[in-house]
Design a binder for this molecule. Structure first.
Ligand SMILES: C[S@@+](CC[C@H](N)C(=O)[O-])C[C@H]1O[C@@H](n2cnc3c(N)ncnc32)[C@H](O)[C@@H]1O
Length: 218
């Protein structure tokens, strides 16, 4: 039986070097985000971004929703995966990094596919449900304490066959450390168990970077 290998620092470097195809706009956005200091750790890994772009393409998604934009790297990758008439709506409760995100969405030539909403993730999602909006794919990468809410709200915003992708589902490895019981770790752990037992969905928990939960609504 094949088993999950332990990912050490050499393998991480290998994944970053060989598992990611260099791209000047993406690399520049990563560099400029790093210059912001500690907050830069919120940015998705570029290998994850590539994965998001491919999934958007092969699922033929035309409308995506993102919760958690930051400097816009995940938005950029997903927008690239969309057809020319595709749209991604991205929600963040802060506008602090929106100008930086927009600068790179323009550079990447994807700005016309992106609608940015400033607001609380759960409130905006509820208002989209109230107005009977629907999306083909939803990417969740915002405040971890709200992850269970975002999951439930996502299921109401997707048709059958719709996809949810959730970042940080391995939470730096803390999910498997019994001594870690802070509220964010607990919420992520509980959500993974819930998804595992949820008959409404099929899923795969992928150890890509900080862990992606990949979910199909039945
Ligand atoms: C991990 S970062 C997103 C990273 C982004 N996906 C990227 O690729 O760079 C999380 C973002 O969620 C936003 N956020 C936190 N709480 C939120 C909430 N309640 N509603 C909406 N956005 C929220 C933060 O402002 C932050 O920009």
């Amino acid at each position: 039986m094949s088993t999950q290998l332990e990912i050490n620092s050499d393998l991480i470097k290998y994944l970053q070097d060989v598992g990611y195809r260099k791209d000047s706009v993406v690399d520049e956005l990563e560099t400029e985000t790093k210059e912001l200091g500690k907050v830069a750790q919120m940015q998705i890994a570029k290998e994850q971004g590539q994965f998001l772009e491919i999934i958007v393409k092969i699922s033929n998604a035309k409308s995506c929703l993102e919760v958690g934009r930051f400097t816009g790297l995940s938005t950029l990758f997903m927008a690239r995966g969309l057809p020319t008439d595709g749209k991604i709506m991205t929600i963040d409760n802060s506008d602090e990094f929106l100008p930086l995100a927009k600068k790179y969405w323009d550079k990447a030539g994807v700005a016309s596919k992106i609608e940015s909403i400033i607001g609380s993730g759960a409130e905006v999602m509820q208002s989209l449900i109230d107005r009977q909006h629907s999306f083909d794919l939803i990417f969740i990468d915002a405040d971890k304490n709200n992850y269970p809410n975002y999951y439930e709200l996502s299921l109401l915003l997707l048709p059958s066959n719709g996809i949810i992708i959730i970042d940080n589902m391995l939470w730096h490895g803390d999910v498997a450390d019994v001594s870690k019981n802070d509220s964010q770790t607990k919420k992520i752990r509980e959500l993974s168990v819930k998804i595992n037992q949820d008959e409404r969905v099929e899923f795969s928990l992928l150890p890509l970077s900080d862990g992606l939960s990949f979910i199909r609504k039945k």
